[in-house]
Design a protein around this ligand. Structure first.
Ligand SMILES: Cc1ncc(COP(=O)(O)O)c(C=O)c1O
Length: 480
């Protein structure tokens, strides 16, 4: 399918009408219906973010010398984050998001090791399996092997497994505060001590918790040590566009020393276009996210964040108690924060997610074991009762036997049998078929439970990777 380049322009009204209509099927985050992707602190904060973004709509963060305003915002954001995260002398960069912050950490570690450990030719980093896939991405981009280590029964990193995984090639150890899947904080102090003993780097991925855990602790909830004040922690990432409630496209990466940060930076001195320095991944950098982040930190201040955090933690506790009160499902582990997973020993949680989708709630499906993910943020404070009531109904619906469930179970069993006996290349085609049978038609299937059941038990993860790449390929092609 092709789309010719528009011959003539349309009116502003026509364009905006089309854009508004295009949103009709989007997740209704405004009504607290999405448990990921959007963080909403209220309309007053949104208005400020929009105005601040518009004020700096055209500026470019590529050249701080041309825009001292942006330089002021960025350095102040970093200094404020450093004060919050355990070392006011830390230095860093505002990046476009958690992924860029993590990419930068790994690139920095690689180049630090090239200088300080030139004998290491095949660098490795240790990342517990709950660590974000951005580390895998960084591994592919920068050639640092990601060694994944197992978790303890409470979903936190197994410190002894980390210790055993260290080799002469290890340059970096990573812990999460918290890890996304179960919302639990890794034993950062013990893990960082291993890095310190070996004279290597340690990164705390506080992309989710960086702008929340300090306030959670101030509100007297138990929070283990995780930040730059912990001996051995050499860098930390914290996303402004998550619990700092900034506009999207903003995170910070902070390093213990300027010497470390130097390894992140890039400069080209021989280009005919001039000397070209760049601190992070992107060249041109939108100024709006930086401006909006500066605005919201100053608008809310500690008092504002404490108020938001208090409301969010109370909502999360009520949700967790509500989940645990429903027979057959439970909150996994004991999360320190308002991020958690709903699991079950007997109920099909993927079917539960489908039932919730029917009721217009959107929860991400997780695996190993199957769970549903909840990121509770301020936009959920007023929907706790409504959600729990629908969750109870959804669980009741899943408990009832139905033809559909039996058919799904058969489909999974047959497909599982087939993938064992079919040649590898056929499996991708089969998965496409299964996807369209489930209502996918090349995109993501509308009913996910059977798909997830099948994917979870696929013997060959390589096939699964190909299948997902096919779906991604399909989603980024023009369809009428
Ligand atoms: C722990 C953790 N690190 C990093 C990231 C990546 O952040 P982003 O999506 O902003 O790139 C996420 C995203 O959810 C996360 O949960």
């Amino acid at each position: 399918m092709t789309l010719p380049f528009p011959t003539h322009g349309k009116t502003k009204e026509e364009i905006l009408t089309a854009m508004r209509a295009a949103r009709d099927h989007d997740v209704q985050w405004q009504k607290g219906r999405a448990f990921s992707l959007v963080y909403h602190a209220g309309n007053d904060v949104d208005d400020l973010l929009k105005e601040a973004s518009l004020l700096f709509f055209s500026e470019n963060g590529l050249n701080p010398a041309a825009f001292p305003s942006l330089q002021k915002f960025e350095t102040e954001i970093l200094a404020m984050a450093a004060s919050l995260l355990g070392d006011e002398n830390a230095v860093g960069t505002v990046t476009s998001g958690g992924t860029e912050s993590l990419l930068m950490t790994v690139k920095t570690a690689r180049d630090w090791a090239r200088k300080h450990h030139p004998e290491i030719k095949e660098p490795e980093m240790i990342v517990p399996i709950s660590g974000h896939p951005a580390f895998e991405k960084a591994s592919e981009y920068f050639g640092v092997k990601a060694v994944r280590t197992p978790l303890r029964a409470d979903s936190r990193a197994d410190v002894e497994a980390v210790r055993k995984a260290v080799t002469h090639n290890t340059i970096l150890i990573v812990g999460s505060a918290p890890a996304y899947p179960h919302g639990v904080v890794d034993p950062i102090r013990e893990m960082a001590a291993i890095a310190q003993e070996r004279g290597i780097l340690f990164h705390t991925d506080a992309c989710v918790g960086g702008f929340m855990l300090p306030f959670v602790r101030k509100l007297d909830y138990p929070v283990p040590d995780f930040d730059l004040s912990v001996p051995g922690v050499t860098s930390i990432s914290a996303d402004l566009h998550k619990y700092a409630y900034a506009a999207k496209g903003a995170s910070v990466i902070l390093y213990k020393t300027p010497e470390l940060r130097r390894h992140q930076m890039f400069v080209s001195t021989d280009w005919p276009g001039g000397i070209y320095p760049s601190a992070s991944m992107s060249g041109t950098r939108p100024a709006s996210p930086i401006a909006a982040a500066w605005a919201v930190l100053n608008y809310l201040g500690e008092a504002g964040y404490l108020e938001l955090t208090d409301a969010v933690m109370k909502a999360a506790k009520r949700l967790q108690e509500g989940v645990n009160a429903i027979p057959g499902i439970k909150v996994m582990s004991d999360p320190e924060i308002s991020v958690f997973a709903i699991g079950s020993d007997g109920l099909d949680v993927y079917a539960l997610a489908d039932e919730l989708t029917k009721r217009n709630w959107h929860l991400d499906r997780q695996q190993f074991p199957p769970t549903l993910h909840m990121t509770v943020q301020h936009g959920h404070v007023d929907v706790v009762d409504e959600f729990l009531s629908d969750l109870t109904d959804a669980a009741n619906a899943v408990r009832k036997p139905s033809f559909e469930k039996t058919a799904n179970a058969w489909m999974i069993a047959i497909a599982n049998f087939l993938v064992r006996i079919l040649p590898e290349a056929w499996v991708t085609a089969l998965m496409e078929k299964v996807s369209s049978l489930m209502g996918g038609g090349g995109g993501l299937p509308s009913k996910m439970a059977p798909m997830y059941g099948l994917m979870g038990s696929l013997p060959n993860r390589g096939d699964l990777k190909e299948m997902v790449l096919d779906l991604l390929d399909g989603m980024t092609r023009y369809k009428k």
